[in-house]
Design a protein around this ligand. Structure first.
Ligand code: SF4
Length: 471
C-alpha cells in the first residue's frame, strides 16, 4: 500500500461517521428540547479551522451552538499545545467545570486537539479529571460523531487517541465563523522539528490535500460570497512535496488566483528555508494574491538558529527579504521572534535587533522563550537570567514600535483598499476593516457595508492602526 493510501480516510469510513450523525440526530429528535453545544478554541488558525469542523458536525447532529458554558449541554475544549501557559489555562478551566457537572448531571464535557496527543496530558485527564466524558486527539477529530454516540449510548467516558502520522480527511461539514473571510487548510502536519516546537509530535507528518479538493472548496467559498481566503498549513511552502503530481505551492497559488470572482488570497505559515524564487514571482504576478508575507525568522544569530534547527542563516533570510521587496515594493511584512532561546547571549541577541532594523517589519509577534516538555530545547541550558531576557524583550518591542509607527506614517495621504469587517470596536461612529497586509483601519464610512472592499484615504497613523475616510 502506498503512503498516500495509508493516510487518506476513505469515503466509506466517512459514511460510517455520517451514519453516527444520523443516529444522534434521531436520538436528539426524540428529546423535548434542542441541546446546546459550546466549543471553545485555544490556539492557532488551524485549531480555529478544526473548531469550525466540530461545530459543523454538531449542527448536522441537531445541536444548537452557544457561547456560554453554564447554559450548555455539551462543552468541548479544542486545545493547543504550543505554549505551556495555554495548557495550564485549559486544566484550570476544566477543573472549574467540576461543580457545573455536579449541578447538571447530564452535561457532557469533551476535550480534544493538540494537547491530547501528549501522553502525560491523557494520563493526567484519566486520573484527575474523571468528570471529562470525551477525550480525543487531532488524528481522531473526524471520528467525533462516533465518539459522541458511544458516550451517549454507553454512558461512560470515551478516550480515542491515536499515535499515528495523521490522516487526510475530506467531507467534514464546517460552520464558518466569519461571513467574508475563510481559512482553507491545504496541508496538515510538519516535518521540520524545530527544536522548541511540539507541533510535529502532535500534528503528524506533512500531508497535502489534493489540488482538486482545495480548488473545489475555494470556488464554493467564492460562490458563497467569501471575499478573503487564507490558505492554512504549518508550513505551506512545502505543499505538494508528498504528492506525485509535481505541483508545488506556487502552482497551487496560481491556480487559486484564476478562480472566477476570487478577491483576496493570503497564506500562512511560511518557512524561510522553503521560500522559492518561483513563489516570490507568483505572488508578484497574481493580482488576487495579497502583497502580504508572514515569514517567521525567530532569531538573528546563526548559532542560535542552528540550535533551533531552523535550517537557514541570517544572511539567507535577509536575501529572501531582499528579493521579496524587489518584486513587491509595497509588501507588508510580519514575523515571529523568540527572545531568550536557551544559550542565547546578549551579544547574539544584537543580531536579532539587526535583522529587525534591516528588514523593517510592519509588525512582529514576539515571545520570550518558554520550554515545551518533550522537545529538545526544553533540555538546553540557559545563559541569561529571566530579568536579562525581559530587558532584551523590552528593547526589541521598543524598536519594533518605532518601526511600526514609521511604516504606518508612510500610509498617510494614500488611498488603500479595505475589506470592511463592520463597526469599529473603538468608535461606534466609524467602520473598521483590513488592508491587504492585514493592517487595521478605522474609517469614516459613506456607503461602505461589511464584506465590501472599498477605497479609504488614510488621514492619520498610529502604531497599531490607521485612521481614514472612505473616498
Ligand atoms: S516549522 Fe518549526 S516551528 Fe513551524 S510547526 Fe514546524 S516544527 Fe513547529
Amino acid at each position: 500500500m502506498s503512503n498516500r493510501e495509508k493516510i487518506v480516510v476513505l469515503e466509506k469510513d466517512m459514511e460510517i461517521q455520517k451514519n453516527y450523525i444520523k443516529q444522534i440526530k434521531e436520538y436528539i429528535g426524540k428529546s423535548k428540547k434542542i441541546p446546546t453545544a459550546c466549543v471553545q478554541t485555544f490556539g492557532c488558525a488551524q485549531n480555529e479551522n478544526d473548531s469550525e469542523k466540530l461545530k459543523g458536525m454538531l449542527l448536522s447532529m441537531g445541536y444548537e451552538l452557544g457561547n456560554e458554558p453554564e447554559k450548555s449541554d455539551l462543552i468541548l475544549y479544542n486545545t493547543c499545545a504550543v505554549r505551556a501557559g495555554a495548557e495550564d489555562r485549559v486544566f484550570g478551566n476544566l477543573g472549574a467545570l467540576k461543580h457545573l457537572k455536579r449541578k447538571k448531571e447530564d452535561l457532557l464535557i469533551g476535550i480534544c486537539g493538540c494537547m491530547i496527543q501528549e501522553e502525560q496530558v491523557v494520563e493526567r485527564l484519566k486520573s484527575k479529571y474523571k468528570h471529562v466524558d470525551m477525550v480525543f486527539g487531532t488524528h481522531t477529530l473526524h471520528k467525533f460523531p462516533q465518539i459522541l454516540y458511544e458516550t451517549l449510548e454507553q454512558q461512560h467516558r470515551v478516550i480515542a487517541v491515536e499515535d499515528s502520522d495523521g490522516y487526510l480527511v475530506e467531507g467534514i461539514p464546517q460552520k464558518r465563523e466569519d461571513p467574508y473571510k475563510a481559512g482553507v487548510s491545504i496541508m496538515y502536519g510538519c516535518n521540520n522539528f524545530c527544536s522548541y516546537c511540539i507541533v510535529p509530535y502532535v500534528r503528524g507528518r506533512e500531508r497535502s490535500r489534493d489540488k482538486e479538493d482545495i480548488l473545489r472548496e475555494c470556488a464554493q467559498l467564492v460562490q458563497d460570497g467569501y471575499r478573503e481566503i487564507t490558505l492554512l498549513g504549518q508550513n505551506v511552502n512545502s505543499y505538494g512535496n508528498d504528492l506525485d503530481s509535481g505541483i508545488d505551492f506556487a502552482d497551487l497559488l496560481g491556480e487559486i488566483n484564476r478562480i472566477e470572482g476570487i478577491k483576496r488570497i493570503k497564506f500562512m505559515t511560511s518557512h524561510p528555508k522553503d521560500i522559492s524564487d518561483k513563489l516570490i514571482e507568483t505572488m508578484a504576478e497574481c493580482e488576487n494574491v495579497c502583497e502580504y508575507l508572514h515569514l517567521p525568522f525567530q532569531a538573528g544569530n546563526n548559532r542560535v538558529l542552528q540550535r533551533m534547527n531552523r535550517k537557514y542563516t541570517k544572511e539567507h533570510y535577509l536575501s529572501i527579504i531582499d528579493k521579496v521587496k524587489k518584486a513587491m515594493p509595497n509588501i507588508t511584512l510580519t514575523s515571529d521572534v523568540i527572545v531568550g532561546f536557551p544559550g542565547e547571549t546578549n551579544e547574539e541577541f544584537l543580531d536579532t535587533l539587526d535583522v529587525i532594523r534591516q528588514v523593517e517589519f510592519d509588525s512582529l509577534y514576539t515571545f520570550i522563550f518558554s520550554p515545551r516538555e518533550g522537545t529538545p530545547a526544553a533540555k538546553m541550558e540557559d545563559v541569561l537570567s529571566r530579568e536579562e531576557k525581559q530587558k532584551n524583550f523590552q528593547t526589541l518591542v521598543d524598536l519594533q514600535n518605532q518601526i511600526s509607527k514609521k511604516k504606518n506614517d508612510a500610509y498617510v495621504g494614500k488611498t488603500v483598499a479595505i475589506l470592511v469587517d463592520g463597526v469599529s470596536k473603538n468608535n461606534p461612529e466609524m467602520m473598521a476593516g483590513r488592508t491587504e497586509g492585514n493592517k487595521i483601519v478605522n474609517f469614516e464610512a459613506k456607503t461602505a457595508k461589511p464584506g465590501q472592499i472599498v477605497p479609504v484615504k488614510i488621514t492619520k497613523a498610529q502604531t497599531w492602526a490607521l485612521i481614514g475616510e472612505e473616498v
